[in-house]
Design a protein around this ligand. Structure first.
Ligand SMILES: C[S@@+](CC[C@H](N)C(=O)[O-])C[C@H]1O[C@@H](n2cnc3c(N)ncnc32)[C@H](O)[C@@H]1O
Length: 574
């Protein structure tokens, strides 16, 4: 692997979204407002934290820092960690900033970095380093010290582990520098295995579900494509600074682009943009469109007063003509580069349209397996003594992916979503797929209306008053919240409603595990106010929506077991 040259500032934070919200390319030009941050009154400095306060700052529960913290505890031992917390020594690093050292990798973290230890450390301490695997030794350079761990750049792998690493698999020239992918040096089987491990660890650490109540975690569902799959990318760039602006040289294309102007993604472990001319995990239509999108940004570079986040989304043509049909009979895909444009996708037999700037899953090729799996779990594995589900409630429904894809299996479907533009898209999608609205419009014949669908904007919790008349024993609730998961009022209402089946889809298995644990611990209320039963966790399976990265989508299926109101040991119930 090539040496990673680090040009970072000493205290670069770990990778994440750019600090300042970037403007979008098609936003109207805005005048730069200078100095709008209020200065502190007088010369007052923020009060210093006392030593006790300072070291109490454990990571927020279930945050990505907390996930790493639990993994560090596993390596260093809970007793050692608890003592260090009590004594206020968790930040006493044995290493200096920019210190180079040799480390031995002992585990993988849930975010795809390697967790290592070093014999040169004067106390038990973990070093987090990218692009390495267990069993390897590596030379690294520390750039950040935190709670019982340092974060480091990889300089070189000294002893590779050939049973896990195969560098010949790497397909991207930016791999090892770009923060987007973590796993290109691993076989696909290994990537799937690691993702399953993440799901197992998440439920072990964050759900509080006793092992006797946990179903075996299923193998990760693979993505049919492991490259060329990503249907959306958002390369970004910073606006030129004052000095750069004072000497414009009017570049026209990539060849005369000033070297300081980078359009791409964040360098691993930093918020510094690196120049990216191609992204092999993106779909062919996005890869083909990227040079022209870059050239346009380069030609206009001195007009930008703020950083910009570009968008490239793979889409079917909105109105298909013969010229749009490729030789195989499928419409030719196009690339939508306007944030205000519309995108169209097919998932199985259904079409979905949505605004380019709104949420839709970013790997189209695995969507049919995801939707089929959800349908199979709802119907095929339902206990034989429960009624066939007839009603579907899709919470956090976005543009209606689950509501519309599953509608053919239900009589009535209701969806809710906070984003007004997504919910408008969902209603349009219901029409696009010939699903009649609910309640049935006056005068429509009963014969041709056996499926009815409604979408409403609002907080997910509000849906339970809308569907209060749905027969709970014949209802399925799909939950697909953002990374932070559901809030307590939602869980309260969900359990109060008491649907027969709950399918929880999540891009953050840690908050999913936390929420599922909360649901399982509560009694499900009956109409008489007495407890009716409890949910049991029937299955959990990861889906690989993002090959070459550490991300894993997780689907958990919960069933209500009536009459069970004690404990959580459900071995006999499932
Ligand atoms: C992970 S996306 C899932 C969307 C959809 N199920 C899909 O697969 O395309 C989560 C969605 O929840 C929406 N959302 C966020 N907070 C919400 C809330 N409190 N109530 C309802 N929807 C919310 C977001 O706008 C986003 O569309």
């Amino acid at each position: 692997m090539a040496e990673i040259s680090t040009t970072r500032e000493p205290s670069s934070p770990p990778s994440g979204p750019p600090a300042a919200k970037k403007a979008r390319l098609d936003d109207p030009p805005k005048v730069d407002v200078q100095g709008d941050a209020a200065p502190p009154p007088g010369n007052a400095k923020p009060p210093k934290k006392s030593k006790k306060q300072k070291f109490k700052d454990l990571p927020e529960a279930c945050s990505s820092e907390d996930v790493l913290w639990q993994e560090i505890k596993d390596i260093l031992g809970a007793e050692y960690v608890d003592t260090a917390v009590k004594e206020g020594t968790v930040r006493k690093s044995p290493f200096e900033q920019r210190q180079e050292l040799e480390v031995e990798v002992v585990a993988m973290s849930s975010s795809g970095t390697a967790l290592a230890t070093s014999s040169s450390a004067s106390r038990p301490w973990v070093v987090v380093v990218p692009f390495c695997v267990p069993g390897e030794t590596a030379r690294v350079r520390v750039y950040n010290n935190s709670r019982l761990h340092s974060v480091a750049d990889l300089i070189e792998v000294i002893t590779p582990n050939p049973t896990i690493r195969d560098d010949s698999l790497v397909e991207c020239k930016y791999f090892g520098t770009c923060g987007g992918c973590q796993y290109q040096m691993l076989s696909y089987e290994k990537q799937l295995e690691l993702k399953r491990d993440v799901v197992v660890k998440a439920y072990t650490k964050f759900s509080d579900i006793p092992s006797s109540s946990m179903p075996p975690i299923e193998s990760t569902m693979p993505s049919p494509l492991q490259y060329n799959y990503r249907t959306k990318i958002t390369p970004h760039f910073n606006a030129p600074n004052k000095t750069q602006r004072s000497n414009p040289d009017n570049p026209q294309n990539d060849t005369d682009k000033p070297s300081w102007f980078n359009i791409g993604f964040n360098r691993v472990g930093t918020q510094k943009v690196i120049d990216i001319e191609d992204c092999p995990i993106s779909t062919p239509v996005i890869r083909a469109a990227l040079p022209a999108v870059r050239a346009n940004a380069i030609a206009n570079l001195y007009t930008y007063k703020k950083g910009v986040s570009l968008i490239l989304r793979d889409s079917l043509p909105l109105s298909t003509t013969n010229a749009d049909i490729a030789e195989n009979g499928e419409p030719k895909h196009i690339c939508v580069t306007n944030h205000r444009g519309r995108v169209r996708e097919r998932v199985g037999p259904n079409l979905f349209e949505y605004p380019a700037s709104s949420f839709f899953q970013n790997n189209n090729c695995v969507m049919p397996s995801l939707v089929s799996y959800v349908r199979e779990r709802i119907f095929d594995s339902a206990p034989s003594d429960t009624p066939t589900p007839t009603h579907l409630v899709d919470t956090y429904c976005g543009a209606g992916l689950f509501a519309i894809s599953l509608a053919s299996s239900f009589k009535i479907v209701a969806g809710i979503e906070l984003s007004v533009e997504s919910i408008q898209a969902a209603s349009i999608n219901a029409k696009l797929n010939s699903l009649p609205p609910f309640p049935r419009p006056v005068g429509t014949s009963k014969d041709n209306v056996n499926r009815m669908i409604t979408f409403q904007p609002g907080d997910a919790t509000q849906i339970f008053s809308v569907v209060s008349k749905f027969p709970a024993s014949e209802t399925v609730v799909v939950i697909d919240p953002p990374r932070k998961g559901c809030d307590e009022p939602f869980i309260e209402q969900l359990v109060g409603f008491g649907a027969q089946t709950v399918v929880y889809v999540s891009c953050n298995v840690h908050t999913q595990a936390r929420d599922v644990g909360m649901i399982l611990r509560r009694d499900v209320g009956g109409k008489d106010g007495k407890a009716k039963g409890k949910y049991v966790l029937e299955s959990v399976r990861g889906f690989d929506l993002f090959p070459q990265t550490a991300h894993v989508e997780s689907v958990a299926v919960l069933r209500l077991v009536e009459g069970q109101t004690e404990g959580m040991d459900v071995d006999s119930a499932v």
